[in-house]
Write a protein that binds this ligand. Structure first.
Ligand code: GDP
Length: 458
C-alpha cells in the first residue's frame, strides 16, 4: 500500500512538474503564435499588402472598410484605403506613409500571426528596429514595377538595409513578396530577374536559400495573397503557394516552457485585493499559482497569489502568455518596471557589464570608447557607457575585419562591452532571445541595436 501511495504521489508530481504535459492538458491544440515584421523600401506597398490581407481574411469589418473608403475618397487618395487598416494616426493618413509600428493579427491554418508593421522611410528606421526586435520571421516587400525595384535595391534604397538589419537582430526566415506584379502584366521574366538578384544578396546577408521563399503578388488587387492565383497571365507560369500558405509554413520558435521561469515586468500596480500586481509576458517557463518566485535584480522572494490572462483568473500560465500576477511577501515599493520574476533556483543572471554585437545605424558622431547611451532592455531604461570597442565585423559574413577599432560609424557591425550604471538582469541572446536584445538610444533617438553575447560582474 505504502508503495502504491508513493507511486501516486510521484505521479502527481510528475504531472505538475512536466511543463509540456501540463501545457497540453491546459491548452489542448492552441495555435502557435508567430511575430512577423514587414520590411522594405518606402512605397513598396507594405501597408497596402498587409491591409488587403487582413481585409480578405475577414479581420476588418465592412463598416470600418467603408469608413476608410469614404475618407480616402475625400482626400483623393483612394488607393490608400487598405493601407489605412494598419496606419493609426491622422498624421500618417495625410502624409500617406506608415510612421510607427502598428500591430494587427490574423490566423493561418496552423498559426496565429502577429504583424509588427514597419515603415519604409529612412528616417523611421529606429521605429522599425522596435518591431524587428520582437520578430520571429520577416516579410520583405519589393516593388516589381520597372525602375522601382532598382531604386529600392541598387540606388541607396532601404531594401538591403532592412534585410541586413533583421538578420542582425536574429531573424532567419524570410518571405519575399514580389509585389505590384500587376504593373508588369505578371511577367515571369521580371519575377525571375528580381528573385535572382535578391537571392545572391540575401545569401550574402546570411539567409539560407531554403529559409527564403519568393511569392509573386499584388497587394492592391489581392492576387495570390490568401488564395491561389486567378490571373490568367500568372497561372501560365506559377503554381507555387500563395503568401498566406508561405507564412503558414514558417517554423515557429518553440514556446520555451521547459526552461526556467523568466518574466520581465512591464507594469506594477495596486490590485483590488491584498498584495499588488505585476504585468508582463512570460518569456520562459511556467508560472503556477502558489509558486515562489525570485524578484530580480534585487533577489527578494515573493509568492504568486493569483494569475490572470486577459483579465480571466488562471491557475497556470506559460511562456508566450501575457499575464498579470498578484504577488505577496514583498513590498510594492521594492518592485519596479524592468525587474524580472525568475525561477528561484535557476536564477536570471544579474550583471553590470556585458558584451554585445551591435549594429550601428544612426549616430551623428562616431561611437568611441566611453560613449554614453541609454540602454533599453525589455521595458527597462538605464544609463550606460560603451566601455570597450573590441572588434569591427564584416556586415554580411560576421568575420572580424579589425580588432580594437578606434570608432564606429553608421552601418557598422561591431562587438563592444557595455557598462550599466546599476546591476540589471540580462541573458545571452542564444539562451533567451527576448532578454538578449538591447537597443541603444541617445537624446531620444535609437542609434544601435545589439545582441548580448556575454556578461560579467564588475
Ligand atoms: P508602403 O510605403 O510600403 O507602406 O507602401 P503603400 O502601401 O503605402 O503603397 C505605396 C503606393 O503603391 C500606393 O500608391 C499604393 O496604392 C500603391 N500600391 C500598393 N500596392 C500595389 C500593388 O500591388 N499594385 C499597384 N499597381 N500599386 C500598388
Amino acid at each position: 500500500r505504502i508503495e502504491d501511495e508513493t507511486k501516486t504521489t510521484l505521479k502527481v508530481k510528475e504531472n505538475k512538474f512536466d511543463p509540456k504535459k501540463q501545457y497540453i492538458n491546459e491548452r489542448g491544440s492552441d495555435k502557435d503564435h508567430i511575430y512577423i515584421v514587414v520590411i522594405g523600401h518606402v512605397d513598396a506597398g507594405k501597408s497596402t499588402l498587409m491591409g488587403r490581407l487582413l481585409c480578405d481574411l475577414g479581420e476588418v469589418s465592412q463598416k470600418t472598410l467603408h469608413k476608410y473608403e469614404q475618407e480616402s475618397k475625400k482626400i483623393g487618395k483612394q488607393s490608400f484605403m487598405y493601407a489605412w487598416v494598419l496606419d493609426e494616426t491622422g498624421e500618417e493618413r495625410v502624409r500617406g506613409i506608415t510612421m510607427d509600428v502598428g500591430k494587427a493579427q490574423f490566423e493561418t491554418k496552423t498559426k496565429k500571426v502577429i504583424i509588427l508593421d514597419a515603415p519604409g522611410h529612412a528616417d523611421f528606421i529606429p521605429n522599425m528596429i522596435t518591431g524587428a526586435g520582437q520578430a520571429d520571421v520577416a516579410l520583405l516587400v519589393v516593388d516589381a514595377t520597372r525602375g522601382e525595384f532598382e531604386s529600392g535595391f541598387d540606388l541607396g534604397g532601404q531594401t538591403r538595409e532592412h534585410a541586413l538589419l533583421v538578420r542582425s537582430l536574429g531573424v532567419n526566415q524570410l518571405a519575399v513578396a514580389i509585389n505590384k506584379l500587376d504593373t508588369t502584366n505578371w511577367s515571369q521574366e521580371r519575377f525571375d530577374e528580381i528573385s535572382k538578384k535578391l537571392k545572391t544578396f540575401l545569401k550574402q546577408a546570411g539567409f539560407k536559400d531554403s529559409d527564403v521563399t519568393y511569392v509573386p503578388c499584388s497587394g492592391l488587387t489581392g492576387e495570390n495573397l490568401v488564395k491561389p492565383p486567378s490571373e490568367v497571365e500568372l497561372l501560365k507560369w506559377y503554381n507555387g503557394p500563395c503568401l498566406l500558405d508561405v507564412i503558414d509554413k514558417f517554423n515557429v520558435p518553440e514556446r520555451p516552457i521547459s526552461k526556467p521561469l523568466r518574466m520581465p515586468i512591464n507594469d506594477v500596480f495596486k490590485g483590488t485585493g491584498s498584495g499588488f500586481c505585476v504585468a508582463g509576458r512570460i518569456e520562459n517557463g511556467v508560472l503556477n499559482k502558489g509558486d515562489k518566485v525570485l524578484v530580480c535584480p534585487t533577489k527578494e522572494m515573493a509568492e504568486v497569489r493569483s494569475i490572470s490572462i486577459n483579465e480571466m483568473p488562471n491557475n497556470v500560465a506559460f511562456a508566450g502568455d501575457q499575464v498579470s500576477v498578484t504577488l505577496s511577501g514583498i513590498d510594492m515599493q521594492n518592485v519596479s518596471v524592468g525587474f524580472i520574476l525568475s525561477d528561484p533556483i535557476q536564477q536570471v543572471p544579474v550583471a553590470t557589464r556585458f558584451e554585445a554585437r551591435l549594429v550601428v545605424f544612426n549616430v551623428k558622431v562616431p561611437i568611441t570608447k566611453g560613449f554614453p547611451v541609454l540602454i533599453h532592455h525589455q521595458s527597462l531604461v538605464e544609463s550606460a557607457n560603451i566601455v570597450k570597442l573590441k572588434s569591427l565585423l564584416n556586415k554580411s559574413t560576421g568575420e572580424v575585419m579589425k580588432k580594437k577599432p578606434r570608432c564606429l560609424g553608421n552601418n557598422s557591425v561591431a562587438v563592444v562591452d557595455i557598462e550599466v550604471s546599476k546591476p540589471i538582469c540580462v541573458e545571452r541572446y542564444k539562451d533567451v532571445k527576448e532578454l538578449g536584445r538591447v537597443m541603444l538610444r541617445v537624446s531620444g533617438v535609437t542609434i544601435a541595436a545589439g545582441l548580448i553575447t556575454d556578461m560579467y560582474n564588475s
